[in-house]
Each structure stands twice: as structure tokens, then as C-alpha cells.
Write a protein of this length. Structure first.
Length: 147
């Protein structure tokens, strides 16, 4: 693992810890001023800019304070000289949600760039897979649907 990979991994782990603790300053600390985020809840066109990004977190923190978890389960980083991306799976849900669907994972994709000598998150995307009601909830052996 290169030094850049380690720095990016540390950055993402610090971000996840800040989310877990409801620390908004820690959440935004390593984000670009022109961050673009596509999140699970609306707005569907995403949010642009650090102030808009900051404003999305208080409702999540309130929900999480009711006992939900936010934990990185797997994290992969690919880094070039000035651009990098990472993808992760996170346990994100309340105890009842996770008990009902223990395989449920939040999917996270991050785009990073080197800015003023440090890595910053410029793009963030969160999603949950869509599972049709009554369908198996994500077994890897489930064949893809065809048209």
C-alpha cells in the first residue's frame, strides 16, 4: 500500500468516525469547497458546495442518535498522482433494520483530488440497492434480471 493509499484510507476512516459521532466539523474537514454529493434522500439532483453538503447532515445525525450504526465494513482505494477514488460498504441502519436484513449495506463511492498538497473529497455518492419486496435481499448468487 502506498503512502497516498494510506492517507486516503485514514481520511475516509476519520470521516466515518466523525459521521458516527455526529461531529459536523469532522465530517466536512477534508471535503472540497465545490463538493458534489448524491445521497439516498432527496434532492435527487444532489447537493453542490460545502455549505449545502453541511446542511444535509443534521437530519442524519438525529436519526443515528436513535441507535443506528454507521461502520465501514470494507474499503478499497485506487490512487493516481492527483486523482483517486474509493468505494466502501458500510453497515448503516437501526437495530431492527439490520436484524430484519443483516446483509443490508450502504454503498459509498468517493472521488478525491489532490488540492494544495493534500487529498480532499470532491465527489461523494451514497446508495442502497433496490430490493423488490419479497425478493432475496442481495445474495451474490442471484442472477441479474433481463429485459
Amino acid at each position: 500500500m502506498t503512502e497516498d493509499h494510506e492517507r486516503i484510507r485514514d481520511l475516509i476512516e476519520r470521516w466515518a468516525e466523525a459521521v458516527h459521532h455526529g461531529d459536523i466539523d469532522g465530517v466536512v474537514a477534508d471535503h472540497a469547497g465545490d463538493i458534489v454529493m448524491f445521497d439516498v434522500p432527496p434532492p435527487y439532483e444532489g447537493v453542490r458546495g460545502l455549505n449545502a453538503y453541511r446542511e444535509t447532515w443534521p437530519p442524519f445525525f438525529a436519526w443515528q442518535a436513535q441507535g443506528a450504526c454507521f461502520e465501514i465494513e470494507s474499503l478499497d482505494v485506487t490512487a493516481g498522482e492527483d486523482v483517486a477514488f474509493a468505494h466502501a460498504l458500510l453497515r448503516c441502519g437501526g437495530p431492527e433494520e439490520l436484524a430484519a436484513n443483516p446483509r443490508m449495506r450502504l454503498r459509498l463511492t468517493l472521488g478525491l483530488r489532490r488540492q494544495d498538497g493534500r487529498w480532499v473529497i470532491a465527489h461523494e455518492h451514497h446508495s442502497f440497492p433496490y430490493v423488490e419486496p419479497g425478493a432475496d435481499s442481495g445474495a451474490a448468487s442471484t442472477p441479474p434480471r433481463t429485459a
